[in-house]
Design a protein around this ligand. Structure first.
Ligand code: IPE
Length: 286
């Protein structure tokens, strides 16, 4: 049986986060060749990076619809256009590597309430997977019952998809080697944490202020950097899927991990009991 992956290509890997809409074509090209080499089967999620966060912050999209709403609505339209553009750029590169991506925009499929997903037809993902394509979704701006709209991050999509479907492994491709006990970009003595148990309290691993890293960069990031990522990863692990946080800027790491090799990374170990239970559930469905 082929291994089923759920992979998020983070915005900091596929874009230059400091410049608006700067696509890192070479990095994406290499990552696509690694996915293609491993003949990756599964679902992909792309982050927004500088195609999303900069304007989302400018128009305060993470606050939902506020009083100066007309301008915000214009901002929503711009950000939706930009993240879709980024997603299609990634799909373009994947196609060049003979993969078959199918772009699935959350803005047209997801409803939220207070930032939480309340409806999403995940059978669409499953059916596209069964066809042999790679469903590719992304961080987006979506409808929200209480707030008008909200940001639905790629991480939130990862959580929702893995809550419902069983993947063998979820991978967050980032611009750092994994989770450190301090910010590696600021603190030289920061140590990589290689394994994290699913029940771990984040506060016990890392001092919170260290997780947000470079303040200047964090200011353009409306979804909270590694702290939020780790929270998502722990949730996915609690649903029964092993999670890996890896560095996508290092040549060959994604490929090696997809091929079952040991790589430098942080692994968040799944709740085993949950995994067994879910396997039974999946058997029932199929
Ligand atoms: C954010 O998506 C979406 C918007 C800002 C519209 P993500 O939170 O998944 O993006 P990255 O990976 O952090 O850039």
């Amino acid at each position: 049986v082929k291994i089923l992956f759920l992979v998020k290509l983070g915005g900091s890997v596929i874009t230059d986060k400091t410049r608006t809409c700067a696509f890192k074509r070479e990095v994406v090209d290499r990552l696509a060749s690694e996915l293609s080499y491993a003949n990756m089967k599964g679902v992909l999620v792309t982050g927004a990076g500088s195609f999303g966060h900069i304007l989302a912050k400018k128009y305060k999209l993470n606050e939902g619809l506020t009083t100066c709403n007309l301008e915000q609505v214009y901002g929503l339209a711009r950000v939706q256009r930009d993240v879709r553009l980024l997603n299609l750029k990634v799909c373009n590169v994947l196609l060049k590597h003979n993969l078959s991506p199918v772009s699935l925009p959350p803005s047209a499929m997801v409803r939220c309430n207070k930032g939480k997903i309340t409806s999403l037809d995940l059978t669409i993902f499953k059916d596209y997977l069964d066809l042999g394509t790679i469903p590719v979704t992304f961080g987006d701006v979506v409808l929200d019952a209480a707030r008008g709209f909200c940001i639905c991050s790629g991480d939130l999509m990862m959580e929702e998809i893995s809550r419902v479907f069983k993947f063998d492994c979820a991978i967050f491709v980032t611009d750092v080697d994994g989770v450190f006990d301090a910010d590696p970009k600021v603190c030289r003595s920061a140590k990589l944490i290689e394994e994290i148990e699913v029940d771990t309290k984040i506060e016990n691993l890392v001092r919170e202020e260290n997780l947000f890293g470079d303040k200047k960069k964090a200011r353009n990031d409306v979804t909270g950097k590694m702290f939020g990522k780790l929270k998502s990863a722990l949730k996915i692990a609690s649903y029964g899927t092993d999670v890996y946080i890896i560095n996508g800027l290092v040549d060959g790491r994604l490929k090696a991990l997809l091929c079952g090799k040991k790589v430098v990374c942080t692994k968040i170990k799944a709740k085993v009991k949950e995994r067994g239970k879910r396997e039974k559930e999946v058997e029932k469905i199929t």
